[in-house]
Write a protein that binds this ligand. Structure first.
Ligand SMILES: Cc1cc2nc3c(=O)[nH]c(=O)nc-3n(C[C@H](O)[C@H](O)[C@H](O)COP(=O)(O)OP(=O)(O)OC[C@H]3O[C@@H](n4cnc5c(N)ncnc54)[C@H](O)[C@@H]3O)c2cc1C
Length: 654
């Protein structure tokens, strides 16, 4: 999510991704792949660690290849237990508790997401190519949220994204951040050819809403136009009426939707622009619709999950000002606030997408840091490059990337003001190890840092702990073909009350040797989004409740929900989940998006007093990166913060 624009319009910005929700297209230890688990008779709750152990495969084994694992991925079992033990009081820094690896590095980076990898990239550039760097990450794959999902269908590899979806909101990229992409070989303009922008219209795959019988009395998949004011699309009146005719909504709700769409009404008439903005910052979308627009309750039900993919909560917890982008054109233009708010991002096509999302950025960074891990040199060949994980942590390499390794203590060798190094203790496969860095960058999540460095000043620890990351789940489903979608004429579906709030056919991108499906008879990937939350609570409480839900939801529940929802949505087109679903990857992110402040729930601090600024101050020989430290859930922020942290450690005494 992007930072508040300085235009004086909305205080909470909007970008991207899920709101794009298709229109663009018109424009313990990880669960096993079910098939593998069955073959090994290990059960689908077996962990990746158990899986690898059962086959004697570790990161140094050439067969180690996490992107191809299906089942429970994302923050997979095995990635979080050491961290949770640390939170619950376990300690590994007593004398003798950790084995000394004897390793000394110029820099140790905790966190192998795009921010950690960018930190290593910038450090090497600024400190010199001889720099010795160790990157630690608790997951079995690098990239953090930027994760690759691979599937095999009839000998062909299908590539999907397990998290960070696209390069977006280009205006947020600083020249240095965009420069990094360019240095990695990414030419943004080439996506104009790689992304088949006519695919959805060619195949008649429209956006639609799926009304669920639990909330709306009947299941109904209703193709529609896109009505969000964000894109200022010209609404086709006939299509709009056809949508209303099919939608299981009360007559009054239909009249309201028509009014919202076509009548330019100022629902805050009599207030100045400043007063309107001040009010819209303080009330939720729901309250605005209820009290000022006075809509039928069905309209509220219809919009309830609309902001889920972007905010992780529904209309009850999103400030009205931030929610204007998904309300129909009549509302925003009636309020006369839409100008600059929508202008800034509205013209950017949502096409800057690698088949594995921004995992390609992570892979390009890794290939640049450890050239032996993959062949090739272009943004095209990285897409199909087979990554050799065995090369990532070799003693001969100046940069080493150590996976399945959770940092549990980061401690100066003496007084932080005068120490000449920092010891980093990490846990891997249940054992603790220690390595030393002249400097350390913590490119891990903000809320972990107070546990790693308890000697940080209390005010800094409070700043770091303030952020509550947004939980969300991206599911990638391999289906036998997409004939049902073609028959139904839908490619992108918003689901106001279903378990998954969004169901989208994968982005039509072909790059290098990778080719997107061309025929409805071919296999393809479908992406589903769930953002668990609890309407009625504050955003932070909702995020915590959602995280608790994810912690206790087994793979089998997700699997059953995928089967049920896809069956009910696409069954009328001939889709049979038992026959047509070939594989499922649950990318579970309990600690997902960086927390972006909300005018509804957070005070408005002076810039230098905001918790993320207070929290990210250098401490002795330690600096802090990660998108959290920019309070913006964007790749641009992850890179920008990496550069800042890198400059900070380089300014520290050697
Ligand atoms: C589902 C999803 C979709 C997104 N989509 C987009 C998008 O389309 N475009 C966009 O620009 N941004 C998107 N984002 C935001 C995304 O988070 C950022 O773009 C960026 O990838 C964040 O990178 P990062 O390195 O700062 O954090 P992360 O990717 O979270 O990486 C931090 C890493 O540190 C690890 N770590 C934490 N604690 C420890 C420890 N103690 N020891 C070792 N390792 C540790 C974490 O497990 C993680 O692997 C998305 C985020 C999510 C969750």
């Amino acid at each position: 999510m992007k930072k508040a624009p300085t235009t004086g319009a909305p205080a909470e910005g909007i970008t991207r991704k899920d709101f794009l929700n298709g229109l663009l297209c018109s424009a313990g230890a990880a669960m096993l792949p079910v098939t593998v688990a069955r073959a090994l008779d290990m059960g689908p709750d077996a962990t990746a660690e158990e899986y690898f152990l059962s086959r004697g495969i570790g990161q140094s084994d050439p067969r180690y290849y996490p992107p191809a694992l299906t089942g429970m991925r994302g923050s997979h079992p095995g990635s979080f237990e050491a961290g949770h033990s640390l939170r619950d009081g376990a300690r590994w820094d007593d004398a003798g508790a950790a084995a000394d690896t004897g390793e000394h590095y110029d820099l140790i980076v905790v966190g192998g997401g795009i921010s950690g990898l960018s930190t290593a990239y910038f450090f090497r550039r600024l400190h010199g190519p001889e720099s010795r760097i160790l990157i630690l990450d608790n997951h079995d794959d690098f990239g953090g949220h930027a994760k690759r999902n691979e599937f095999t269908a009839g000998g062909k590899t299908l590539i999907g994204y397990g998290g960070t979806q696209s390069i977006e909101a280009l205006a947020l990229y600083t020249p240095e951040a965009m420069g990094l992409l360019r240095e990695l070989g990414i030419d943004i303009k080439r996506f104009e050819q790689y992304y088949d922008q006519s695919f959805r219209t060619t195949h008649g795959l429209r956006t639609a809403s799926f009304f669920d019988r639990g909330e709306f009395g009947t299941d109904a998949l209703c193709p529609e136009h896109d009505s969000s004011s964000y894109f200022r699309l010209k609404v086709d009146r006939a299509q709009f009426e056809a949508f209303l005719a099919r939608a299981p909504l009360a007559s009054q709700a239909k009249r309201d939707l028509r009014r919202l769409q076509f009548e330019k009404v100022d629902y805050l008439a009599g207030k100045s622009t400043a007063e309107k903005i001040a009010l819209l910052k303080r009330i939720s979308v729901k309250e605005f619709l209820e009290k000022y627009v006075r809509v039928h309750p069905d309209v509220l039900k219809y919009y309830q999950q609309r902001p889920h993919g972007l905010f992780g909560v529904g209309i009850d917890a999103v400030a009205a000002l931030s929610g204007l982008w998904f309300l129909p054109e009549g509302v925003a233009s009636g309020l006369a606030l839409s100008g600059e708010m929508f202008e800034e991002m509205g013209n950017e096509p949502y096409i800057y997408h690698f088949p594995d999302g921004n995992a390609s950025i992570a892979r390009l960074l890794v290939r640049s840091l450890v050239p032996a891990c993959a062949s090739g040199s272009t943004m095209e060949d990285i897409v199909t490059a087979r990554m050799n994980y065995a090369a990532l942590d070799q003693s001969a390499s100046r940069v080493r990337i150590r996976l399945n390794s959770t940092a549990v203590r980061v401690k100066h060798t003496g007084d932080p003001a005068t120490a000449d190094g920092v010891d980093v203790t990490y846990v891997s496969a249940g054992k603790a190890y220690r390595a030393r860095g002249a400097k350390v960058v913590l490119a891990c999540w903000n809320m972990v840092i107070p546990y790693l460095c308890p000697e940080m000043p209390q005010v800094q620890r409070d700043g770091l702990a303030y952020c509550v990351k947004v939980p969300l789940v991206y599911v990638t489903v391999q289906v036998r073909n997409w004939m049902a979608l073609k028959k139904l004429g839908v490619g992108t579906v918003y689901c106001p009350s279903s378990y998954f709030s969004e169901v989208n056919m994968d982005f039509p991108v072909s790059i290098g040797d990778y080719h997107y499906t061309k025929r409805p008879e071919d296999p393809c990937l479908i992406h589903l989004v769930r953002t668990p939350c609890k309407p009625g609570l504050s955003t932070k409480e909702q995020h915590r409740a959602g995280r608790a839900e994810l912690f206790t939801t087994p793979f089998a529940t997700f699997e059953q929900q995928v089967h049920e929802q896809l069956g009910r949505m696409f069954g009328p087109g001939g889709f049979d989940p038992a026959r047509d679903i070939q594989a499922i990857t649950i990318n579970r992110w309990p600690h997902g998006y960086a927390y972006d402040y909300s005018t509804l729930w957070d005070p408005e601090w002076p810039e230098d007093k905001a918790p993320h600024i207070v929290g990210r101050q250098p401490f002795g020989r330690i600096a802090i990166a990660n998108a959290d430290s920019g309070a913006v859930a964007e790749t641009s922020s992850a890179i920008e913060q990496a550069l800042r942290a890198c400059r900070e450690v380089l300014a520290m005494p050697t």
